[in-house]
Design a protein around this ligand. Structure first.
Ligand SMILES: Nc1ncnc2c1ncn2[C@@H]1O[C@H](COP(=O)(O)OP(=O)(O)O)[C@@H](O)[C@H]1O
Ligand SMILES: O=P(O)(O)OC[C@H]1O[C@](O)(COP(=O)(O)O)[C@@H](O)[C@@H]1O
Ligand SMILES: [Mg+2]
Length: 538
């Protein structure tokens, strides 16, 4: 079936779907008399308590983890025909609107007798919209660390809103969440954002910390904002979820939409985050330099530190892409330096075989080892993220000290730390297209009245994912997954799991027991997804 078509079977299927529980949503409660008179975007009555997951079940174990809709807490909202139906650019598309029951499975590898499993609502334009163009006041904000593609997402939100839906009032919030309660905002028009995708960073500025839900929602009401697009990582999406709950509690007709951003790729459920490919590509330049330096001298070692606070995806993919890397160290795979099966033994072996080697280390790797030898700072950034010790410098010094002490193998080590260079660049061509689809999907959802969702790619399809699925856990490399095995076989590095001695064998067993049971299925037995960067990667 063509991706845009609406089949009859969809209509038949909808008859079998039952809404099993939609707690709180749909119940009406008396208007809150004590709320301040911020009535411009207030549409109806307020709902109490946090929203509950909207789960819809169907035949053969079908489950839809649905996203909230403005009509869940505001009754009798008027609808309007989607202006796209008269847009000449889209007139050639046979069936442009997405069917109301279209959903995307979370798990695409299935068994013939298996249940149909969890699905997410398919993103895309709907026949009816819940906003009239002239009434829409948009706000866009970027939060957390930089990531290639932020400007492309901003550009495509502005252009998508303008060209597809005729929305002209778009405000950029300055400098992250705290910009909501600052005076200055930036008026964004297709003209003003025309070239921004060619630049790295974010034209809006960004920040960590400074999230005050009540003040942000006050500002949303005061400015008459009724669509908020929040671009950011795991912390930002938690903030967006809190904003949505407060908006809902106040009964406001405001769509709150998250767009996932993280070069660490630590956001779960989605195939991969925008900017990740660009970052991996940029990391190749540092690895190439390390390789050239290492192979130009006798017993040369190049060490490259790459970003990845808790998840080693950038290091893993940069290593797999490069083929020049002899050892990749990530936070998910503990390693040790001394003794049989340790890093020093492996370095010596590689230098004797090859005369040089390259080590890639993710910034979050080996933190427990660094803390043992350097006094732990245990400080946090403004958002509450733990500040890490510089493992790149630490490991470089340890290697130098070890071979200086040994005196048998004189080495030359060069340490390259391209940290911010891989995230401050503009996005590459494929990330640009990805950002475009992500932004357009986000806009279609808000115009159709959906709210409280993150727009994301699942198994190659754009979907709307409820906030709680994005914020409940982080995405990590699973070292019992085939992808990590591919890496081990490409570098020939030790797995650091095989250690000698009774005590150590027990340690190995414990480590393996802590790992998820299933690999590559994107779900373990507890129905929680495990790491996959894309379905094709398994
Ligand atoms: N649990 C939370 N609840 C509300 N806001 C949060 C939470 N965690 C982080 N934030 C806010 O989200 C923004 C970005 O968070 P941060 O962790 O720095 O980056 P990222 O979103 O990229 O992970 C910050 O302004 C921070 O205050
Ligand atoms: O120095 P900053 O700006 O706090 O950023 C450093 C951190 O940002 C990251 O790129 C991830 O940031 P986010 O969580 O904001 O996406 C990490 O890899 C890195 O540890
Ligand atoms: Mg984060």
């Amino acid at each position: 079936m063509d991706s845009n078509s609406v089949s009859n079977s969809n209509f038949e299927f909808s008859n079998h779907i039952q809404k099993t529980f939609v707690k709180n949503n749909g119940f009406l409660h008396p208007k809150l008399g004590s709320e301040p008179a911020r009535s411009r975007s207030r549409a109806a009555m307020a709902s109490p308590a946090n929203s509950e997951p909207k789960i819809v079940t169907g035949i053969a174990g079908y489950i839809l983890e649905d996203v909230p809709h403005l009509t869940d807490y505001i009754p009798n909202l008027p609808t309007y025909p989607n202006p796209l139906q008269d847009n000449p650019a889209y007139s050639v598309v046979k069936q442009y609107f997405v069917h109301v029951d279209d959903s995307v499975p979370q798990k695409v590898v299935v068994h013939k007798d298996g249940a149909r499993g969890v699905h997410f609502r398919r993103a895309g334009p709907r026949q009816k919209v819940y906003f009239e163009a002239d009434d829409v006041q948009v706000a866009i904000v970027t939060c957390g660390g930089l990531c290639p593609g932020l400007n492309t997402v901003i550009r495509e939100l502005v252009c998508g809103l303008h060209h597809m839906y005729g929305v002209k009032k778009v405000l950029g919030i300055n400098g992250g969440y705290k910009g909501f309660y600052a005076r200055n905002t930036i008026n964004l028009t297709p003209k003003s954002v025309n070239d921004i995708h060619k630049r790295g960073g974010t034209v809006l500025g960004t920040s960590r910390g400074g999230h005050d839900t009540k003040k942000i929602v006050d500002s949303i009401q005061d400015r008459g904002i009724n669509q908020v697009y929040i671009i950011g990582g795991d912390g930002t999406q938690k903030g967006a979820s809190a904003i949505f709950e407060e908006v809902r509690r106040r009964g406001l007709k405001v769509s709150v939409v998250g767009i996932p951003k993280t070069i660490d790729n630590d956001i779960p459920v989605i195939d991969k985050s925008f900017g990740f490919d660009t970052a991996v590509e940029e990391a190749q330049r540092a690895i190439n330099a390390a390789h050239v330096e290492a192979e130009s001298v006798e017993n040369g070692i190049g060490v490259v530190k790459l970003m990845g606070r808790n998840s080693g995806f950038i290091a893993m993919y940069a290593t797999l892409a490069s083929r020049d890397v002899d050892c990749c160290l990530i936070p998910e795979s503990p390693f040790y330096l001394e003794g049989p099966g340790g890093l020093f033994e492996y370095i010596e072996k590689r230098l004797k075989e090859n005369g040089h080697m390259v080590i890639v280390i993710a910034e979050g790797a080996g933190q427990e080892l660094v803390s043992e030898s350097v006094q732990s700072m245990s400080k946090q950034d403004a958002s509450g993220n733990k500040l890490l010790q510089d493992v790149g410098l630490w490991i470089s010094q340890k290697i130098k000290d070890h071979f200086a002490e040994q005196k048998t193998l004189p080495i030359t080590l060069k340490y390259i730390d391209p940290t911010y260079m891989i995230r401050a660049v503009p996005s590459n061509a494929s990330d640009n297209v990805y950002c475009t689809l992500l932004a357009q999907s986000a806009v279609h959802g808000a115009m159709a009245g959906y709210t409280g969702y993150t727009s994301g790619l699942v198994n190659g399809r754009q979907t709307y994912i409820p906030f709680y699925r994005i914020t409940e856990r982080q995405n990590h490399v699973v070292i019992t997954d085939r992808m990590w095995a591919r890496l081990l076989s490409s570098t020939n590095q030790p797995s650091f799991l095989y250690v000698k001695g009774d005590h150590e064998e027990k340690k190995e067993e414990e480590t393996l027991n802590q790992l998820p049971d299933e690999h590559c299925s994107k779900e373990n037995s507890a129905n929680k997804e495990i790491s996959c960067i894309s379905p094709a990667a398994c």
